[in-house]
Design a protein around this ligand. Structure first.
Ligand SMILES: [Mg+2]
Length: 396
């Protein structure tokens, strides 16, 4: 039998376990991270003690409060989790050059080839597990498989605190219910369930082409070859405009920039995308063109947060010439749809951008503007779906 070569490793009940480690008085208590039981929002992590009451991550806090009235509810201290997460990955990277982060507390590790160095793959896994637990002070679970899906499913079976080897992965996957399979969304799931298809093997029997599309690659991928997830495509989105007449007034330039960013931010919200970098562009009346860019503190679609970094860029650019501007533009880059780090942090600016987008969607783009953008009302016709700029261009 060939050696399993993909290891999936995951910290058990990470945020809750971290709090218990910091405050030993919480040991054995049902600890629930995410907020207070009378607050809006959801549980981000529940300790195993809390899970016995039926509390799980993603559940509304109020619901968790009803199910587990004696639970210790905590908001969470993300700087602590971040520090532990860094230790976790640092420790893993000592064992393999190929460590792929899935989230703050979860990674895939390519073990292929390592059995040549060490005696057995099981020995390697228990050595990694011991080292990580000693270093971060928290329990982890480890799953071994021939593919990533197999390894991840093995970890589920190993929890809490164990090591599990997915021996016959194809058989195991065939017996799984469809909601366990990444790539089958809630919509598809409903349709399939309506057709009486609940498990992977039933899907294969009744709708082979769909099976082949969403599951087939797990079966056809050649073992012994570690497939690293594709890096997110480097994409960028930009909005720029040439003015009706060249403009010298900084406030008026800012108004244009604000409007262009508004359009970009709404676009990102609607697409569920986050930007990691922003670039501002200016063209002076002599056609000389300059750009300046900066990384955002975290990938975001928040108008407020992107705006805060854009204004200093514009001011820097305006110093390049003593001339009026003919064009201003803004571009966001390093686009991702998957911000795996700290998904439970609420970013105020994002809440605002989401709300504004919802209002615009319902009542038209021009139904709500920032005071900055509102200045444009004096210069351009405003229609329901936006300001009619002289030339608006948008690139993808
Ligand atoms: Mg975990």
């Amino acid at each position: 039998m060939r050696s399993p070569f993909v290891l999936h490793i995951d910290i058990d009940a990470f945020f809750a376990a971290a709090e218990v480690m910091m405050r030993p008085g919480l040991k054995g208590k049902p600890v629930i991270i995410g907020g207070m039981p009378d607050e809006r929002g959801v549980v981000s992590t529940a300790s195993y003690e809390a899970r016995k009451f039926g509390v799980h991550s993603g559940m509304a806090l109020r619901n968790a409060g009803r199910k587990c009235p004696e639970g210790v509810f905590l908001r969470g201290r993300f700087h602590i989790y971040e520090r532990i997460s860094r230790q976790f990955f640092k420790c893993l990277s000592r064992f393999s050059p190929v460590v792929e982060a899935v989230s703050v507390d979860e990674a895939y590790i390519d073990l292929s080839g390592m059995t040549y160095i060490h005696s057995s793959v099981y020995e390697i896994v228990s050595r990694i597990k011991d080292a990580v637990e000693k270093e971060i002070g928290l329990k982890v679970s480890a799953g071994l498989g021939y593919t990533k899906l197999g390894a991840k499913l093995a970890t589920e079976a190993a929890k809490p605190g164990g090591i599990f080897f997915m021996d016959d992965e194809k058989e195991f996957i065939s017996g799984l219910s469809l909601e366990k399979i990444p790539g089958i969304g809630p919509h598809t799931l409903l349709i399939l369930q309506g057709m009486g298809i609940k498990r992977v093997r039933e899907l294969r029997a009744k709708n082979f082409s769909l099976w082949k599309r969403v599951i087939g690659h797990y079966f056809y991928s050649s073992p012994g070859e570690y497939k690293k997830n594709k890096e997110p495509k480097t994409r960028s989105f930009s909005r720029e405009t040439t003015f009706m007449n060249d403009i010298r007034d900084r406030n008026m330039i800012l108004s244009h920039l604000a409007y262009l960013l508004d359009r970009l931010s709404v676009y990102l919200v609607e697409k569920g995308l986050y930007a990691g970098k922003v670039e501002v562009k200016v063209r002076f009346s002599d056609f000389s063109t300059f750009t300046a860019r900066v990384s955002l503190d975290f990938p975001t679609y928040s108008y407020q947060d992107i705006w805060g970094r854009s204004v200093p860029l514009l001011d820097k650019l305006l110093k390049r010439r003593e001339l009026p501007l003919r064009l201003v533009g803004i571009k966001v880059e390093e686009i991702t749809d998957n911000r795996s780090l700290l998904p439970f942090v609420t970013i105020r600016g994002e809440v605002l951008s989401k709300t504004i987008t919802a209002i615009k969607k319902k009542y038209g783009f021009s139904s709500i503007f920032t005071a900055r953008e509102f200045l444009l009302n004096n210069v351009y016709p405003v229609e329901k779906e936006g300001v009619v700029l002289k030339t608006a261009s948008l690139t993808k």
